[in-house]
Design a protein around this ligand. Structure first.
Ligand SMILES: Cc1ncc(C[n+]2csc(CCOP(=O)(O)OP(=O)(O)O)c2C)c(N)n1
Length: 659
């Protein structure tokens, strides 16, 4: 292995040696503890340390790094006290996740490290968002994100590098090419002669280095970072390396030919560098043992702290309470006399425009939302007013963009992501369910992102442009789900969602966009999330609904003046207003839950179960659910009408009243 020490004096070389030695010694200790049964699992990075350490040393301390499961060197070079790392791995309170997540699955703003989730791939879209934040702040900072070669087979890799290329984002995508996924060799993952050939396809710079050569990884990343700070653009950095141990300790390395192990054993990053320093007389054997002793003492001292620490106190209130950032969002009350008639869509546009004026760090991203104004024209004129930096046409990739929204939030900004149709959220599902929803609980990181969801049927658009998919998200702790039925709520709830630091799924019904209008306050105002609204008051029956259901119910009540009903528009589905619903059911003794979504697993099931449990003695009839058929949404007008809950609502309501 050739080392080029240009630009490194002896002290620098020694410092690099110590940085490289530390993760190796920590790992060796962990392997001992594993054998002793004192730790449960270990993902080894032995043989790959030069990449993480090189990156950690090359970037400035306030530049974000998004490491993976073999990158202990990132954490140690950023000088995280070892007992905090050990406590994290042991699930102790002194770690970073209050015992809620394991090993390297955490982030820390203090050290500008954004750790992985188990899913391979989504970290790259998040890196894009962090880099976009830096680009918009014009702070000349670089972001580095890691992936294994196997992980690049995920669509998330393609989406993220593509977005970074199109947007000239200053991201270094560090690919640790260790020849294998878990056991699957690279030639079963991809077909290029060499990984960097991928760069050509994305129109981006791609560089290959010997990932076992610490001076090469360090200086390459350092010079790439210098160039990206001056002229923002992404780089694919392939680091050739090898994983000398199993994927995790229990899985072994039987599938690796012995010759390969021997060949790479000779390229060990630490031993080779050590031999080089010995040869150059930068260090000697005594110094090596002194360094080892010093680091081992540090490890032992810190382990003692961790082992002495109590396990986290189990407290259900804290657990559920930590699902959301409860910082009270700002409340805006409008002046009552300034109102203008607005359609549902105009109210959404108005809310977004005012929010963009209010928050200079708010960015809207979506397909065709810039000059074209979005397929429903919700952002028409926004580029002219706010510029292309904050109103961003995206490539057609939901996952990377929702991930980028999270990255913006990590970087202290706010994001709205427009799904072109709510149906397409399936392609961004992972980021919502596993990143946006869980990060606050896991390590206290808010995900200040609103995902706008043009939803619903009634426009003869067939199975893939008409779905109601709110129930998927209502089932996901950590999200908030709002669904306005009227223009004034559409504006107030959208602003409340933007003001709220938590991730909010904002459903807007396409068929309501231009079909309803009402007087809407001109001011910037919030409608409280979690509050239902009693739209009509009556005594005989309670109708609980939301979205288009509210309008179906109104139509039915307008036709049947003899039915005296409380009509509740939930407005928010997570958290839903239990008190309002319970109070009404206690009064009327009868309840029907109406929704456009299909029946099985719909929101109605949850409400029905709650009412059976908590209002049983006040009920005079069974709780009824009226929902759409359990089929995809058919296109043909007649079929769609038959599918929708509306076609059965009047009959079911009358039956309930007569029960
Ligand atoms: C989306 C997803 N699918 C599957 C897995 C299971 N898994 C964990 S690590 C791994 C192999 C990863 O290979 P690579 O990205 O090359 O990284 P390496 O472990 O070699 O460093 C797999 C398949 C996962 N974590 N995430």
């Amino acid at each position: 292995m050739e080392f080029n020490r240009a630009g490194f004096d002896n002290d620098a070389l020694i410092n690099i040696y110590k940085e490289l030695l530390k993760p190796r010694l920590i790992e060796e200790k962990m392997l001992v503890l594993l054998r002793q049964g004192k730790i449960a699992k270990w993902f080894s990075g032995i043989g790959q340390e030069a990449i993480a350490v090189g990156c950690g040393l090359a970037l400035d301390a306030d530049e974000y790094i998004l490491p993976m499961h073999r990158n202990l060197g990132v954490f140690t070079t950023r000088k995280i006290p070892l007992h905090r790392l050990f406590s994290q791995w042991q699930g102790k309170p002194g770690g970073f996740t209050k015992g809620r997540d394991r090993s390297f699955h955490f982030g820390t703003q203090e050290y500008h490290i954004i750790g992985m989730i188990s899913h391979l791939g989504p970290q790259m879209g998040v890196a894009d968002g962090i880099a976009l934040g830096n680009l918009l702040k014009k702070n000349n900072k670089v972001t580095a994100v890691f992936s294994g070669d196997g992980g690049t087979s995920e669509g998330d890799f393609h989406e993220a590098v593509n977005v970074a290329a199109v947007w000239d984002l200053p991201v270094i995508f560090i690919i640790e090419n260790n020849g294998y996924g878990l056991s699957t060799p690279s030639n079963e993952q991809f077909r290029m002669k060499q990984f960097i050939d991928k760069g050509i396809g994305y129109g981006m710079e791609a560089v290959q280095v010997d990932g076992n050569n610490i001076l090469e990884t360090y200086s390459t990343i350092r010079s790439l970072a210098e160039s990206l700070r001056k002229k923002p653009h992404p780089v694919l950095l392939e680091c050739l390396t090898f994983r000398m141990r199993g994927h995790e300790e229990a899985s072994g390395t039987k599938y690796v030919p012995k010759e390969l192990m021997d060949e790479w054993g000779k390229k060990d990053p630490l031993i080779n560098y050590e031999n080089y320093l010995l040869k150059e007389k930068v260090i000697d054997a005594d110094m090596i043992s002194a360094f080892r002793k010093e680091i081992k003492q540090e490890i032992e001292k810190n382990l003692e702290i961790t082992f002495a620490e109590e396990n986290p106190k189990v407290d259900t209130v804290t657990e559920t309470g930590d699902m959301y950032d409860t910082t009270p969002p700002k409340v805006y009350i409008p002046s009552p006399d300034k109102k203008t008639e607005k359609r549902y869509l105009d109210a959404i546009t108005d809310g977004m425009r005012q929010a963009m004026q209010q928050h200079e760090d708010l960015v809207i991203m979506g397909q065709d939302i810039a000059e074209y104004g979005g397929v429903f024209k919700a952002t028409a004129g926004f580029v002219e007013e706010f510029g292309r930096g904050r109103v961003r046409n995206t490539p057609i990739c939901e996952s990377a963009i929702i991930g980028a929204g999270f990255g913006l939030s990590i970087n202290g900004m706010k994001a709205i992501v427009e799904m072109q149709f709510a149906d397409f959220v399936t392609c961004g599902f992972n980021q919502i369910i596993n990143n946006l929803a869980k990060s606050y609980y896991r390590w206290g990181q808010k995900a200040d992102v609103v995902v706008r969801m043009p939803t619903g049927a009634g426009v003869n658009a067939g199975p893939f442009h008409s779905q109601s998919n709110e129930a998927w998200f209502v089932h996901t702790p950590g999200l908030k789900v709002v669904y306005p039925a009227f223009p004034s709520d559409a504006k107030g709830l959208l602003i409340a969602a933007i003001e709220d630091p938590n991730p909010v799924m904002y459903f807007e019904h396409k068929a309501l966009y231009r079909s309803i209008a009402e007087e809407v306050f001109d001011d910037y105002y919030t409608t409280e999330i979690g509050q239902a609204r009693l739209v009509r008051e009556g005594n005989d029956v309670t109708i609980v609904t939301y979205g288009f259901g509210v309008h179906w119910a109104l139509e039915t009540l307008n036709k049947n003046h003899d039915i005296s009903a409380d009509l509740i528009d939930l407005r928010t589905l997570l958290p839903w207003d239990k008190e309002c619903v319970e109070n009404s059911v206690r009064k009327t003794g009868r309840v029907i839950i109406l929704h456009e979504d299909t029946l099985i697993g719909g929101v109605g099931g949850e409400i029905a179960a709650h009412l059976s449990e908590h209002c049983f003695e006040d009920l005079d009839a069974p709780v009824i659910r009226c929902a759409s058929l359990d089929t995809p949404v058919p296109m043909n007008v007649e079929l769609e009408l038959n599918f929708l809950a509306k076609s059965r609502f009047e009959e079911q309501l009358k039956k309930l009243v007569a029960y």
